[in-house]
Design a protein around this ligand. Structure first.
Ligand SMILES: [Zn+2]
Ligand SMILES: [Zn+2]
Ligand SMILES: [Zn+2]
Length: 430
């Protein structure tokens, strides 16, 4: 036995789980094995990926997924983008939505029957008056996290620890928003509530999100901001509002940073709009040609007027953590994209082209303008915000012009890089 030298060898293992719905989840892990100690040391995960196991057609919905946790952005809510506190469904009718965005209450929308908002189903928490789109959402929120987070009569009390936390967050994180401290609060609240009844150690010890991000260098813009001491302030407020004994490691400076990195790199933007749902429904109407022309012209003008008044902020916006979607890797030429056609937090992954069995399903973390930029610029954005270097087919094809960045482009980037708009996620489009 002792004749075997004490040596380590490295093994790359691909763990694949086929799901039976046309996709497989693959995790590439690098293991280090000691040959004399019969021990297996899990070194690190190289990341996950989603692969097709059957032919997927262009335009097909590959899957629909509900987030583990989600939350509306705080400024978005403060500016009266009324949304269900649980599923982010817009609570305004399409007409109210248009009127608010126009700053005018006189504009009347044709075809009001195409508006999907059902005010008769809306509900409130009887204790704090937070609004929900349905009894189901109120119930789900109550069962998952709202018992811990319900402010009761203190909803407007600025001294309440949770209000202090939200206020501090808003003062640090101005629009365009990319994340919310309440996402972290709901994660803690979920564990607090669910632990009372169900064992959820998996959630506590290993949140089902990219393990490579935990403890990764904190390079995203949001986090960079907090390195100036603001992260510590938030951690103290977070602890005062939500401390939980058996989750103590989430409240340490390192644990709190890891939670931030997790949400920063895995959070998916969510956007909902009753107006855009009404427009989609109108597009699908069968109308005589001249009525169709009139309606199209009306809608075009409406969007032009709204843009003048409100700019780019059309949607109820928030973010969520999705287990399956977060396994989807980036490509600068993606074959799938996320969207929210149900006007709530249900994420649809849609194929942008034919995908063959064995092919990886990729989305893009960059918006269309960013995707048109040089390889150098794309890599810079991806490194700063998502902590990786892209080696998609487009990047490999452009590998030769890698270092030939013109000074012009450098300058361009210098101007653009502090702009938060770069962070803005096209995936919030609905
Ligand atoms: Zn809802
Ligand atoms: Zn409540
Ligand atoms: Zn690429």
């Amino acid at each position: 036995m002792n004749s075997i030298p004490n040596s380590w060898s490295t093994l790359r293992v691909e763990l694949t789980a086929s799901r039976g719905d046309g996709i497989a989840l693959t995790e590439l892990a690098v293991l280090q094995i000691s040959t004399d100690r019969e021990s297996l040391l899990f070194l690190h995960s190289k990341g996950k990926g989603l692969f097709a196991t059957r032919n997927i057609h262009k335009g097909e919905t590959i899957f629909i997924e509900k987030p583990v946790v989600s939350s509306q952005f705080l400024w978005n809510a403060l500016y009266r983008y009324k949304a269900c506190d649980h599923c982010l469904r817009s609570l305004e009718t399409a007409e109210e939505n248009a009127q608010r965005l126009l700053g005018k209450s006189c504009r009347v929308l044709p075809h009001p029957e195409q508006c999907s908002i059902r005010k008769d189903l809306h509900q409130h928490c009887p204790h704090c008056q937070v609004a929900y789109c349905s009894a189901e959402c109120r119930q789900s929120a109550f069962e998952q996290y709202h018992q811990v987070l319900c402010l009761g009569p203190s909803r407007e009390d600025p001294k309440h620890p949770l209000n202090k936390l939200q206020d501090a967050w808003r003062n640090i994180h101005y629009p365009p928003e990319t994340s919310s401290i309440m996402l972290l609060a709901r994660m803690v609240a979920t564990v607090k509530q669910v632990c009372a009844s169900v064992c959820c150690s998996w959630y506590v010890s290993a949140p089902p999100f990219c393990p490579t991000c935990l403890g990764a260098p904190l390079l995203t813009d949001v986090v960079a901001l907090f390195l100036q001491g603001q992260l510590e302030l938030l951690r103290q407020l977070f602890t005062a509002a939500l401390y939980e004994e058996h989750l103590s490691r989430w409240f340490t400076p390192e644990g709190f940073q890891s939670l931030f990195a997790l949400v920063g790199t895995n959070g998916q933007g969510i956007g909902t709009s009753s107006l855009s749902q009404w427009v989609h429904a109108c597009d699908a109407l069968e109308l005589p040609p001249h009525e169709r022309e009139q309606l199209d012209a009306f809608i075009d003008q409406l969007y032009k007027d709204i843009e003048k008044e409100t700019g780019e902020f059309l949607n109820c916006e928030g973010s969520g953590l999705y287990v399956l979607q977060s396994c989807c890797n980036h490509s600068c030429i993606p074959n799938a994209e996320t969207s929210f056609p149900d006007n709530n937090f249900l994420l649809h992954l849609i194929a942008l082209e034919e995908i063959k069995p064995g092919e990886e399903i990729c989305i893009s973390y960059l918006d269309c303008c960013q995707r048109e930029r040089s390889r150098h610029s794309r890599h810079k954005i991806l490194r700063e915000h998502y902590l990786f270097t892209c080696s998609c087919p487009k990047c490999l094809a452009q590998a030769d012009d890698a270092n030939l960045t013109s000074e012009e482009e450098e300058e361009l980037e210098g101007e653009g890089e502090t702009d938060d708009a770069e962070l803005e996620d096209e995936m919030t489009d609905v």
